[in-house]
Design a protein around this ligand. Structure first.
Ligand SMILES: O=C(O)CCC(=O)C(=O)O
Ligand SMILES: [Fe+2]
Length: 346
């Protein structure tokens, strides 16, 4: 079985040259535009298919068990989202030799290739990634920023600035919802680390045999995920009550996933969401994912405001750089990576 999967993956490489059909433009429903204080107009799941449209009101007495929302009125220009998708797709459609000029070295997570591969016999995910560290500047590896398409770097820069603003806003709302000082995360994070990963999932002849991306939670504080519109396939799934629930893309919405860092800081009030991507027999799929996390230098643990005798401390204090290293040097296996931080004796 393992061998077969390897073979399927190799086949995929031949498909790079194939054209995908692109749906032009971002049509869709922009009726829902509230994104105000303590109130996100969002979508959440029902039992069979996520999401259905719901308004979630955060206040200090409520919290969500495991958070995945789709933000419609994120304020980011739709042309910019479209441009980002265009350059990502153009990159993936380049000849293999061109993309291989930017290789993801084994054990690293930047460049073109597959991350989280640690052994010869590991069953590979059906996904090609192109990942770049964006902020702060010292995490950039300029050799990995492609020269084609021509407007690639400029677009990634502009897009990343906008996503950064959105993350800062969302973190403020999360703080407010917990009755904390609005700027608590921003002040604590230092110069936040931001990385972008483009995931391209070609159509897969045997979607029953191989996943697009193995189950995991993100190590970030927040993840902003843009689902490509060039394919209508539903690829992202989240784990809810032990059932994998497909996330139906909402036109122009950005998916927000809470990452492990916010789970730790909020002492589990906000839980990171376990998710995976599945493949489709006929349709390819693109996602553009931004990870927003604290500076590697900071020490973090549950905020003291969120720990008391009714909510005992569930996670230890650790250095975020160490956690990041732990994250990228382990296979994606559900929420196993977070065990690094868990305290089990309560
Ligand atoms: O492609 C997707 O929808 C999921 C991507 C993802 O979870 C990731 O890159 O961490
Ligand atoms: Fe993820």
């Amino acid at each position: 079985m393992v061998k077969k999967i390897h073979l399927l993956f190799k086949l995929e490489k031949i498909w790079y040259g194939l054209k995908v059909s692109r749906e032009k433009g971002f049509g869709g429903d922009e009726k829902v535009t509230r994104f105000g204080l303590h109130k996100w107009e969002t979508s959440t799941w029902n039992n069979s298919m996520a999401p259905t449209s719901t308004t979630i009101t955060f206040n200090s007495s409520s919290c969500l068990p495991s958070v995945h929302v789709e933000v419609i009125n994120h304020g980011i220009d739709l042309d910019l989202l479209e441009k980002m998708e265009k350059i990502a797709m153009e990159f993936f459609m380049l000849p293999l030799e061109e993309k291989q000029k930017y290789p993801m070295a084994p054990g690293t997570v930047q460049g073109y290739g597959q991350a989280f591969v640690f052994s010869e016999d590991q069953k590979l995910d059906w996904c090609n990634m192109f990942a770049l560290g964006v902020e702060p500047h010292f995490i950039r590896n300029p050799k990995l920023w492609p020269t084609k398409p021509l407007d690639f770097s400029e677009t990634v820069d502009i897009y990343s600035r906008e996503i950064r603003k959105l993350c800062k806003k969302l973190l403020k709302y999360i703080a407010m919802s917990l009755g904390l000082n609005d700027d608590i995360f921003e002040e604590m994070f230092g110069v936040a680390v931001q990385a972008v990963r483009m995931n391209y999932y070609p159509a897969c002849p045997r979607p029953d045999l191989v996943l697009g991306l193995s189950p995991h939670s993100d190590g970030s504080a927040l993840t902003v995920l843009q689902q490509g519109k060039c394919s209508s396939s539903v690829g992202l799934q989240i784990l809810k009550d032990n059932v994998w629930v497909p996330v139906q893309p909402i036109p122009n919405a950005l998916v927000i996933n809470i990452g492990d860092t916010i789970e730790v800081l909020t002492n589990g009030r906000y839980k990171s969401v376990e998710h995976r991507a599945v493949t489709h027999q006929e349709k390819d799929r693109l996602s553009i994912v931004t990870f927003y996390a604290p500076s590697y230098e900071i020490e973090l643990g549950p905020l003291e405001e969120l720990v008391d005798e009714n909510n005992p401390c569930k996670y230890k204090r650790y250095n975020h750089g160490e956690y990041s290293m732990h994250y990228v040097t382990n296979k994606l296996q559900g929420k196993k990576t977070l065990e690094f931080a868990k305290i089990y004796d309560n």
